[in-house]
Design a protein. Structure first.
Length: 319
């Protein structure tokens, strides 16, 4: 007798996990749903229960890292777990006509998404990568706070200028400490150290982009040029329908990587001879700034992807 394939969807919140178990070809109403706590002891019990049913696939939505404890425990137990973009599940629910929304319904939708779409499980990031990613996230927060405080300082009344100045000094010191932690993290891992040397050998690329790529784009060097551009969100997609021919636009991807790549491209068109010539050629042919700089972002990413893949540092004659 052929074994029934089981798919599991988990809706994650800060305090709880709603788990839906969906036998193959079952209707939404037949999915088994239960709730457990989002804490280690309850997660361990959930893993034991999932091991007994041997699911074909377990899917969770990315939920501001609240999903990482459960997903990490499942991955450590060799369960087939996949963290997906919430936009995919939302679009799937809309496509099948599901408009109601509760935690249990969301869990059923995720389970049904797993059954119908069957995304391929990918290895989760290891502890060092997650720590590096957390440091990068904190760095962005501190930079945003610094920018906000400096903007407030320009129009602040005299009574609060000292308070803002004190906070700015504290934030700047915090930023220095985070930068040191990031540097130590990269230097303490031999593989990262090699990749960091390759990435930073490109004129216009500094430690911020290098660290961001190491933490948030581990696929760098493993995909082809089209795949890596689409993954980051710098690949142009057609916008045509019938007789209408629209402009190609970038969409989706990893916004945090794209933001840092944008700043690196701005630096590269001034200091990198290849990117500078490429940018000037695009502008001379009539491309507007946004189109030209996006093309430079894509070209820079593809160059870095190729260099990491081939383990070669920057050489102008080879580009």
């Amino acid at each position: 007798m052929e074994r029934t394939e089981i798919f599991v969807g988990i809706d994650v919140s800060q305090n709880s996990l709603d788990v839906a178990e969906l036998p193959e070809r079952a209707e939404m109403a037949e999915a088994k749903v239960w709730t457990t706590l989002n804490e280690q002891s309850a997660i361990d019990e959930l893993v034991e229960r999932l091991l007994t049913i041997s699911p074909q696939l377990i899917v969770l939505e990315a939920t501001g890292r609240l999903e990482m404890a459960a997903a990490g425990a499942m991955a450590a137990a060799a369960l087939p777990v996949m963290i997906v973009n919430p936009r995919w599940v939302k679009s799937f629910a809309r496509a099948v006509g599901i408009v109601a929304k509760t935690d249990k319904i969301d869990a059923r939708v995720i389970a049904r998404f797993a059954e119908k779409m069957r995304p391929e499980p990918r290895p989760l990031k290891d502890a060092q990568t997650q720590e590096l990613q957390a440091l990068l996230s904190r760095r962005r927060q501190v930079v945003d706070m610094l920018t906000a405080e400096k903007n407030r300082l320009k129009r602040a009344p005299m009574r609060i200028i000292k308070s803002i100045d004190t906070h700015i000094l504290w934030l700047e010191q915090s930023l220095k400490e985070i930068n040191k932690d990031l540097h130590r993290s990269v230097r303490s891992t031999p593989i990262w150290c090699v990749k960091d040397r390759i990435i930073q050998s490109v004129p216009g690329v500094g430690p911020v982009l290098s660290t961001t790529l190491l933490a948030e784009l581990p696929e760098l060097g493993t995909l082809n040029r089209k795949q890596i551009a689409a993954l980051v969100g710098v690949a142009p997609f057609n916008c045509d329908s019938g007789a209408f021919k629209g402009k190609r636009r970038i969409w989706g991807g990893r916004a945090s990587v794209r933001a840092v790549l944008y700043m690196a491209a701005l630096a590269a068109i001034r200091s990198n001879p290849v990117l500078r010539a490429f940018y000037k050629r695009l502008r001379q042919t009539g491309k507007i700034f946004k189109v030209a700089i996006t093309a430079c972002m894509r070209k820079l990413l593809i160059i870095l992807n190729s260099m990491v893949h081939n383990s070669t540092v920057w050489r102008l004659e080879r580009v």
